[in-house]
Design a protein around this ligand. Sequence first.
Ligand code: ZN
Length: 472
Amino acid sequence: MHVGNLRTALYAYLLAKKNGGDFVLRIEDTDRERMVEGAIETIYKTLKNAGISWDEGPDVGGNYGPYIQSERMHIFKDYARELVKKGYAYYCFCDKERLDQVKDIQKASGIAPKYDGHCRNLSSEEVQKKLKSGVPYVIRQKMPQEGSTTFHDVVFGEITFENSDLDDQILIKSDQMPTYNFANVVDDHLMEISHVIRGSEYLSSTPKYNLLYDAFGWSRPVYIHCPPVMKNSTEKLSKRNGDATFEDLLNKGYLPQAVVNYIVMLGWSPKSEEEIFSLSELVDVFDVSGISKSPAIFDLPKLTAINAKYIRNMSDEEFWSYAEPYVKSVCKRELDFKLLSQMLKTRTEIFKDIPQQVDFIDSLPKYSSDLYIHKKMKTNEENSLDALRKILPILENVDTWSKESVHDALFDLIKSLNLKNGRVLWPLRVALSGKSFTPGGGIELAALLGKDESISRIKKGIEKLESISNQN
Ligand code: ZN
């Protein structure tokens, strides 16, 4: 499910829950040509992962079922016949050849393609005769040819369309199946749908929907059209262009609750400056007046920043429940998970960042002695060798190994040598990790690796620097 679709579902859910309504899941699967294998399962899975539960739907039932549109096919034709009887729809017997001709002529004269109304005024005798002799037909909506249709949209305000621009759209196709637009209106009415939230690309077809409601004498729903989600100032975010779906984002290591939080903020803003909300907090603060008319741009770095905030706010246990598989993918050693979680939490924006941060734990990587040269820390190969030689006996003497005991021992040393911290701790960090970027400093790394491994790595660092000093 792509991000724009999920956003629409979230707005519908939040609006329903905020107002004590029901969120209904209906599967509109009548367009067989556009059916995608596994799509329905993806809808269930995505909504569940996003924390959205439905009050009525195919799997949970309800008083207005069935909730799968293909199981409702028997319903629609009678409604279309009712409109024919009332004069709001008519039988059209035009074949493809004739319709193509009309289209070609319109195209050549630069007119927008539209049904030409050829069958609008057939007499009922003519219609009966054709029906009896089995001429294939469709049922079309009879649009008024004069005047205009106005409706109110919550986001875009009053919108007026000239009726003469409206096409006599097909309601029942020649295979006797309803079109998407027709089934949608009938089902929305039968299921007592009060609010229609959808993309602004539907604004121009809303008058046709409204004329159907009016023709049946049904009350129109409240319309809330949302501006599109863009990937930049000109292109819409779309699955077809390979833009990330909700599932892709989860697979990249984003938290579902962070993605949901961010998606709701795409084109909607709360009244406060606050930007971190759980789904239940969103139910409280959501207000349709905060939906913007301008398109929203999907900003991955912004999502990443929100994800990082979620991670930082986690308890060590919760963090570990997500991080463990990422750590274990490169690191088999038994570790103090609380310490490692504390180290990683503030340095992890998405969980995929983790493996590259812990890849030194199982075994010391090969590294260049250049790493010991650090301008800001004022370290070089020579004074690093000196520092490691002094660190070694100090740490060998630590009996109860912990972050605190290692810290105290090293700071006693730093004080007695009257050096800046970095002169001692930078060489230690390099010797323990073989890297310049690590999820913690020398003290944390030592605590994490344990005494034996730390001592062994410091000795290796000393050997490495000795061999270089001998070469010089
Ligand atoms: Zn016709």
